[in-house]
Design a protein around this ligand. Structure first.
Ligand code: ADP
Ligand code: ZN
Length: 754
């Protein structure tokens, strides 16, 4: 039989199984290059003499079965990834580590063995053993059983417990515990809404597609606040009623607690929440419960698309445009949204992709009829989309002169104010936004402020020679973090103390620019001392539950202003948020990436959609230096379709997705010449083997030329899907990189071109 092993080789390996071949998908242990390794039976192998014997069969039934095994084959083929690596991505860690599956956790429980009804009998049984009698009474009060640990906690000693057992009135048993940290988190207690006309229309279409062979894919385009979640929930009720299960994907569990709790409210114990904070054991428990049908719905981020839901009836992908669905490192670099479409189609299930701002690829698929489009054009309950205004940052900068420099932390007292003429708040809050803030806070309502850049300032530049402080390992500028008093690299984690002098010219006038959330927070506290400000970005959410904690405070009204990066733009639904301010809409707009505009539009539209979701009307202020840019114009008008039309024009010639498909081959090496030489050879080699109008671009240095000490060059391939696939397989099969530590990574349908 062939065995797929988690090694970076795009093939499976043949072994002989004495005593009968196990089923495909069964975990086995084999010797590979003299090392014991765990892999999965992949398929029938070649019958050649001299095959190695497999060491052991590790399970009695396959851990990856039927439909999921077929999906693994598709992923290995499409993303050109090693089969064993694909399978390892698909099953929970606990199932791949070592050769044994983890045992479900158990605990000891003390149970009443013999009921004692009367006081008389009590007296006869226990006599003078007062503690034993008390312990027994506690067990009775608790309904007949208590975990041993609890009995001991109550102050009874072990001899007391063994005494009960010896008398034959109690017994100690082992019992399986299911670990589920979400068991204790509150579930939404929202009124059960009745779907409105638009939602009913969508539901009718979805329900009509259930049970059709070959499945169907829908794109649910609903403006922010149109009630997409209710559509998912009501649809899944019908799926469950048919005895089928479902997978629900959300961009990130920690950032979408409301969505998760709405599903838990509707489906209770039938839901398994696959959270990245789960321990291996907890993840394994959830996985087992799905396989045995104790849970019918799996909800989670990217990798939940592989959840072993039985009799799959539907897959829902919420916020389908989110880039976090794409695995952007290692292998396989799959996009969970696309895998969801494929999995559903193969299982004959219905796939629903939902978004207020669909990815252009999905929109094009709906336009071509590959997906069916469902629209929710209005907010629920007659709510209106918030009014959006633009504040031109250019006039501000002109008036204030040069942007203020902030002295380096090491040399400056802790609370020194920036030295330029403009008052600090003017650089952050235009009069328009400042005024809107005051009015919002005056009404005791809440505001969200978005700035998609963390830290204090993201550029440290010498004012004399203009030199910018770069990371020693990456070709990116270092970000100043004031509270930690360091310059830090956001790509590799390198950090160093802020310099006193410029390394190049020795000048001592260093300026810190490029506003980050940490600086905005400080300015807000000075400018609005009475407002309760919370900041949510990667620096303030390192703890496992910190997102929950911050969002909980916002919900409870303990926070007036929530400031954050794109984290705060996802799916939040708080009725008292009536103002959204975008501190700088231009962050990310000018990146050398053909999706920069799309990404910026999505972010602006999503964050704007957080305002005015309840009865109170909302307003949005977008600050920008390019008020006439089509991205800003479309965001002002809530005009997704208008944006798409304009954006498609700019992708037509030269052609970019969605007009064709792309793949990226990244060559990286610790030695610059090796990266260049191999990228050159790779591009030349690809050119000899592509056909069908497939084009090879490059090589060119990647926009981030150096990352973590490795030099990076890339080659892009573009053309029709089949041709791009063939080119990747040719590259994977025939090209060999030369030089120490040279690597080539393949990324099909890449979202990150940096
Ligand atoms: P979005 O489309 O942005 O994901 P949500 O699903 O979060 O919107 O719904 C927005 C709000 O509207 C939620 O608070 C939800 O409870 C409420 N809602 C959804 N459908 C209805 C309905 N038919 N009637 C009343 N309120 C509804
Ligand atoms: Zn770095």
């Amino acid at each position: 039989m062939e065995v797929a092993l988690p090694v970076p080789l795009r093939q499976a390996f043949s072994y002989r199984f004495r005593g009968g071949a196990p089923e495909v998908g069964t975990r086995v242990s084999v010797l590979f290059r003299n090392r014991a390794m765990v892999g999965w039976v992949w398929g029938p192998g070649k019958q050649v003499p001299g095959l190695l014997d497999a060491k052991a069969v590790l399970e009695s039934e396959p851990s990856v079965a039927g439909e999921l095994m077929e999906l693994a084959r598709w992923i290995a083929e499409y993303y050109v990834a090693p089969p064993g690596v694909v399978l390892k991505t698909m099953v929970p860690v606990a199932a791949t580590k070592g050769s044994k599956l983890p045992k479900p956790a158990t605990r000891s429980v003390v149970k009443v063995e013999r009921e004692i009804g009367t006081l008389d009998e009590m007296q006869r049984t226990f006599g003078r053993a007062r503690r034993q009698r008390e312990a027994y009474e506690q067990l009775q009060e608790a309904g007949g059983a208590l975990p041993l640990a609890v009995v001991l906690e109550k102050g009874f000693s072990r001899p007391v417990v063994t005494g009960l057992v010896r008398r034959g009135v109690a017994a100690i048993e082992r019992e399986t515990v299911v670990r589920d940290p979400f068991r204790d988190t509150p579930v939404a207690a929202e009124p059960a809404h009745v779907p409105n006309a638009g939602q009913r229309r969508a539901l009718r279409e979805l329900a009509g597609a259930l049970g059709r062979r070959g499945g169907s894919t829908f794109l649910l385009h609903g403006v922010t606040g149109s009630g997409k979640t209710l559509v998912y929930v009501e649809f899944l009720k019908r799926v469950l009623a048919r005895g089928e299960g479902a997978v629900v994907l959300v961009p990130e569990i920690a950032l979408t607690p409301q969505t998760v709790s709405r599903f838990r409210q509707a489906f209770g114990d039938a839901v398994a929440v696959l959270h990245s904070g789960l321990s291996a054991g907890e993840r394994f428990d959830a996985w087992r419960q799905l396989r045995t049908n104790q849970k019918r719905i799996a909800i989670g981020a990217r990798s939940a698309v592989f959840a072993p839901v039985q009799r799959l009836g539907a897959v829902v992908v919420d916020e389908e445009h989110e880039h976090s669905y794409k695995q952007s490192s290692g292998a396989p670099r799959y996009n969970a949204r696309d895998v969801a479409v494929v999995r559903a189609a193969r299982a004959g299930a219905v796939c629903v992709l939902g978004s207020a701002t669909p990815a252009l690829e999905s929109w094009a698929n709906a336009a071509s009829g590959k997906y069916r489009l469902l629209s929710l054009p209005d907010r629920v309950g007659g709510g209106v989309l918030p009014e959006v205004r633009v504040a031109d940052l250019r006039t501000k900068t002109d008036r204030a002169g040069r942007a203020a420099g902030v002295p380096p932390a090491a040399a400056a007292p802790a609370v020194s104010a920036p030295t330029a003429a403009a008052a600090p708040q003017d650089r952050v809050l235009s009069p328009m936004l400042a005024d809107a803030m005051r009015r919002c806070l005056g009404r005791k309502e809440q505001a969200l402020l978005l700035l998609n850049r963390r830290g204090y300032a993201n550029v440290c530049r010498c004012q004399e020679c203009g030199d910018v402080r770069l990371c020693v390992r990456c070709s990116v500028s270092l970000t100043f973090h004031r509270s930690r008093r360091v310059l830090a690299c956001h790509h590799c984690g390198h950090s160093e103390p802020p310099p006193v002098r410029c390394d190049r010219c020795g000048g001592s006038a260093l300026s810190y620019r490029g506003l980050g959330t940490e600086q905005v927070e400080r300015i807000l506290r000075e400018y609005l001392p009475r407002a309760r400000v919370a900041r949510m970005d990667m620096d303030t959410t390192r703890g496992k539950w910190s997102h929950h904690e911050i969002l909980g405070r916002l919900r409870d009204g303990a926070v007036d202003v929530l400031l954050g990066t794109q984290m705060i733009a996802k799916g939040l639904d708080f009725p008292r948020v009536t103002l959204v301010g975008v501190i700088d809409a231009d962050v990310g707009l000018h990146l050398p990436d053909f999706r920069a505009c799309e990404r910026t539009f999505q972010l602006l539209a999503q964050v704007a959609g957080r305002a005015g979701r309840g009865r109170l009307p909302g307003e949005v202020v977008i600050q920008t230096r390019v008020p006439d840019h089509y991205v800003v114009r479309a965001a002002l008008a809530h005009d997704y379709r208008g944006f798409v039309e304009r954006e498609l024009e700019s992708r037509a010639d030269p052609a970019y997705p969605p007009f064709l498909r792309m793949a990226r081959l990244l060559v990286h090496s610790p030695i610059q010449e090796d990266a260049l030489r191999n990228a050159d050879a790779l591009a030349a080699w690809l050119r000899t083997c592509v056909r069908d109008g497939v084009e090879v671009l490059g090589p060119a240095p990647a926009p981030i030329e150096k990352l973590q000490g490795r030099f990076r060059w890339h080659v892009l391939v573009r053309g029709a899907a089949a041709g791009v696939g063939r080119a990747l397989h040719a590259a994977a099969g025939g090209f060999e990189a030369r030089g120490p530590g040279v690597r080539v990574s393949l990324d099909r349908d890449p979202l990150n071109l940096m």
